[in-house]
Design a protein around this ligand. Structure first.
Ligand SMILES: NC(=O)c1ccc[n+]([C@@H]2O[C@H](COP(=O)([O-])OP(=O)(O)OC[C@H]3O[C@@H](n4cnc5c(N)ncnc54)[C@H](OP(=O)(O)O)[C@@H]3O)[C@@H](O)[C@H]2O)c1
Length: 389
C-alpha cells in the first residue's frame, strides 16, 4: 500500500547534498517546508556547503548539515534516526583524486548496502528515492530506439561492443560499464530490500542534467553543466546528441515521488526531454547559446558531421502520474549559462567565429576535460584525445 509522506510527518535526509543535484533537492525540499538533514562529506568545508546553510533563509523549511562518508559503515545511523524519507543522491562519480572504475562500482552498490543498514536500523524511514541514471536504462538498440521505464541497461547485453561487456572484469577497467552496472545493481537491490523490510524505494534515471549551478563548486569535470561552460568559453567538443532535463525538475520530481499516493515500491522514473525540443544534436545547443549570447565565440562541434540520434526517451510518468510541469530545454541551457557567468566561472571571447575546433587552436583548455578524469577507461581516454587532437 502506498505510504506517501509530507513535511508535517517528520524530517528527511539527503545524501550528496553539496553536489549539483543534491543541492537542488535540498533547496526544493526547504522551499516546500521540509526539515532537511543535509549529508555531506565535510560540513566544515564552507566552499562546498555555505550555499546549503544559506537555504535556511529561503523557505518554510530548514536545513542542518551532517558529515557522513558513504564508504563508512554506520555513518548514517545517527542522521537517519527519526527521518521519514531519504533522498540518496551521493555517489562516487569517478572524478575524485584516486578514483578507479572499481571504486565507482563500489561507491554505488557497496556503499548503498551500508546506507540501507543505517536506514533499516532507524526504523522510521517510509520512503527512499535513489538517484540512479539513464545509464541504467539505455541498452544496445538501433538508432532512434525509444526507451521507457521498462528499459534496463542489461537488456541486449550480448550486443555490447568489445571492451564494454557487461561483467565484473570489465567493471575493473571501464568506468562507463562500472557506472551503468552499479546503477542497475543498486536499483534492483534497493527495491528488493524495501520489499523485504516494509519501506518503499523509488529510482530516478536522469539523462543529460543541466540548469543553474547553486555553488561555484558545481563546476566539476565530466558534468554536463561544465560542458555548457566550455561552449561559452569557445571550446569545441566532439559531437554528441543531447537529451536534456533541467536539474530543478530532477529535484522537484524526487519530492513529488515521496508525496505521491499512487506509486509503489520499485517504480522508476526517467528524467529526460519533455518532448522533441529537448532532444538535440550539440550544434543545436550551440545555436541556442549563439542566439542568447550574441557576439561571443561559442564552442560547438570540434568537427562537422551528423550525430547518432540517441538516446531517445521522453518524460511521461513524471508528468502523467506526478504532475510535474517541466522546464524547457532552452530555459535549462540559459539558466546554466547565466549562473556560470554570474559565478565568474567562465571567460567569454569576443567574435562569433572565435572558437576552438579542428584547424583552429586557440589554446583553450576544457574544464570538462576527460583527459584528466581519474577513473576513465584508458582506451576511451586515448579515443577522446585522438578525436580532439
Ligand atoms: N549530473 C548528471 O547529469 C547525472 C545524470 C544521471 C545521474 N546522475 C546521478 O546523480 C547523482 C548526483 O550527481 P551530481 O551530478 O549531483 O554529482 P556531484 O555534483 O559530483 O555530486 C555527488 C556527490 O556525492 C558525494 N560523495 C561522493 N563520494 C562520497 C562519499 N564517499 N561519501 C559521501 N558523499 C560522497 C559528493 O559529496 P561532497 O560534495 O560532500 O564531497 C558529491 O557532492 C549521482 O548518483 C549521479 O550518478 C547525475
Amino acid at each position: 500500500m502506498a505510504n506517501p509522506i509530507g513535511p508535517q510527518d517528520g524530517p528527511v535526509a539527503v545524501t550528496g547534498s553539496a553536489g549539483y543535484i543534491g543541492s537542488h533537492i535540498v533547496k526544493d525540499l526547504v522551499e516546500h517546508g521540509y526539515a532537511v538533514r543535509a549529508c555531506v562529506r565535510d560540513a566544515a568545508n564552507l566552499a562546498n556547503t555555505a550555499h546549503l546553510n544559506a537555504m535556511n533563509a529561503t523557505g518554510a523549511g530548514s536545513v542542518t548539515l551532517h558529515t557522513c562518508d558513504l564508504t563508512v559503515a554506520g555513518a548514517y545511523d545517527e542522521v537517519f534516526s527519526g527521518c521519514i524519507g531519504v533522498f540518496h543522491a551521493a555517489a562516487e562519480m569517478g572524478n575524485l583524486v584516486g578514483s578507479t572504475p572499481q571504486k565507482v562500482y563500489d561507491g554505488g552498490l557497496t556503499a548503498t548496502r551500508l546506507l540501507l543498514d543505517s536506514l533499516k536500523k532507524a526504523g522510521s524511514v517510509r520512503r527512499l528515492v535513489y538517484t540512479s541514471s539513464f545509464a541504467a536504462v539505455g541498452h544496445p538498440a538501433p538508432e532512434g530506439h525509444v526507451y521507457t521505464e521498462d528499459s534496463w541497461a542489461d537488456m541486449n547485453k550480448d550486443q555490447r561492443r568489445e571492451g564494454s561487456t557487461w561483467d565484473m572484469d570489465t567493471v575493473a577497467r571501464n568506468r562507463e560499464v562500472a557506472y551503468a552496472m552499479t546503477k542497475v545493481d543498486t536499483e534492483r537491490y534497493v527495491y528488493a530490500e524495501a520489499d523485504a523490510h516494509g519501506f518503499e524505494a523509488f529510482g530516478v534515471c536522469p539523462c543529460h542534467v543541466i540548469g543553474p549551478l547553486l555553488s561555484a563548486t558545481h563546476q566539476r569535470p565530466w558534468a554536463w553543466q561544465t560542458r555548457i561552460g566550455d561552449m561559452l568559453e569557445g571550446y569545441g567538443h566532439p559531437r554528441m546528441f543531447w537529451n536534456i532535463v533541467d536539474v530543478r525538475d530532477v529535484a522537484a520530481t524526487q519530492r513529488l515521488i515521496v508525496e505521491c499516493p499512487d506509486n509503489a515500491n520499485g517504480d522508476r522514473y526517467n528524467l529526460v526531454a519533455a518532448d522533441e525540443s529537448g532532444l538535440m544534436p550539440q550544434d543545436a545547443v550551440q545555436a541556442i547559446l549563439r542566439r542568447l549570447y550574441p557576439g561571443i565565440g561559442i564552442g560547438g562541434n570540434y568537427r562537422d558531421g551528423p550525430s547518432r540520434r540517441g538516446p531517445v526517451a521522453f518524460l511521461e510518468k513524471v508528468v502523467t502520474q506526478l504532475g510535474l510541469e517541466p522546464k524547457s530545454a532552452e530555459e535549462a541551457i540559459r539558466d546554466n549559462a547565466d549562473s556560470l557567468l554570474a559565478w565568474g566561472l567562465v571567460q567569454t571571447r569576443p567574435g562569433e567565429d572565435n572558437w576552438q575546433r579542428d584547424g583552429r587552436d586557440l589554446g583553450i583548455k576544457s574544464k570538462w576535460n576527460p583527459h584528466t578524469y581519474p577513473a576513465i577507461d584508458p582506451a576511451l581516454r586515448k579515443e577522446l584525445e585522438a578525436r580532439e587532437r
